[in-house]
Write a protein that binds this ligand. Structure first.
Ligand code: G1P
Length: 267
């Protein structure tokens, strides 16, 4: 629910998924996260107030984030046992169809949106698709990393996947960003509950077991990824998104210059 400029992070992920044609959403949450459910619901009193004051712009920014009844479901992970476990808790909503996973703290800028780019690769090649970016070799231990095969500069064949390898063991510096289009068979491997890196049930480990069955490709994203799970990445995303706004960008640039001047003078 942390805002990037004036919208919660989670809403960017929902908008990105909608732009890729996704119509049904499952949010994996935990205790104390009811603000997410309330955000995507009616705000009866607020809407009535805005309507009575004729504040149509504010009203439409609130109502546009809502889904139709039944499009949004919520499931609690109950125990923090890893990303693979989080995905597995949604299994009864996913059923036996391909599905997308978006980690909302990875915010990705650009048009048509990361998931739409990946959906195109899925439409062309089928199988499984993950988002990729190059990272400094020293940072491989923060990510899932691919062993690349055929590579046309955008689409990369995935030959293997390793979760958080030490730099000297990493098969490349191509890291997974938090966007996935997966075949439902991954849920069968997740159901085994095997622990991997950090003692957690890792999505990467179960994805690796899909390789060799259906096609498995990575996509180098055209947009920029901001790691909003870190303080610096979160602040960077706010600045970058504010600078890109036609209604705010100019003023924000002025203010940033002023802050930098003051900072330089005082330090
Ligand atoms: C998760 C995944 C990892 C991926 C990363 C992207 O790690 O396990 O494979 O590279 O997201 O943000 P986490 O950031 O949850 O440790």
């Amino acid at each position: 629910m942390l805002p990037i400029v004036d919208k919660p992070l989670i809403e960017y992920a929902v908008e990105e998924a909608r732009a890729a044609g996704i119509e049904e959403f499952v949010f994996v949450t935990g205790r104390g996260k009811t603000a997410i459910q309330n955000h995507f619901d009616n705000h009866v009193e607020l809407e009535a107030t805005l309507r009575s004051k004729g504040r149509e712009n504010e009203l439409s920014s609130i109502t546009s984030s809502m889904g139709a009844p039944g499009q949004f479901a919520y499931v609690r992970q109950m125990e923090p046992m890893g990303l693979g476990h989080a995905v597995w808790t949604a299994r009864n909503f996913i059923g036996n169809e391909p599905f997308a996973v978006l980690l909302a703290d990875d915010l990705i800028s650009g048009e048509p949106g990361a998931l739409a780019e990946m959906a195109q690769v899925h439409a062309d090649h089928g199988g499984n698709v993950v988002a990729l970016m190059e990272v400094p070799q020293d940072d491989t231990s923060r990510y899932g990393v691919v062993a690349p095969g055929a590579d046309d500069g955008t689409i990369v064949e995935v030959l293997d996947l390793v979760e958080k390898p030490d730099p000297e063991d990493a098969p490349s510096n191509l890291a997974i960003v938090g966007r996935y289009i997966l075949q439902p068979e991954v849920l069968d491997f997740l159901a085994l509950g095997e622990r991997g890196s950090g003692g957690e049930i890792q999505l990467t480990d179960s994805m690796a077991r899909l390789i060799g069955g259906a096609p498995f490709n990575g996509v180098r994203l055209s947009g920029t990824r901001y790691d909003c799970g870190t303080k610096v990445g979160f602040l960077e995303a706010n600045v970058a998104f504010a600078l890109d706004r036609t209604d705010l960008g100019h003023d924000v640039a002025d203010r940033i210059s002023r802050v930098l001047e003051t900072h330089r003078r005082d330090t």
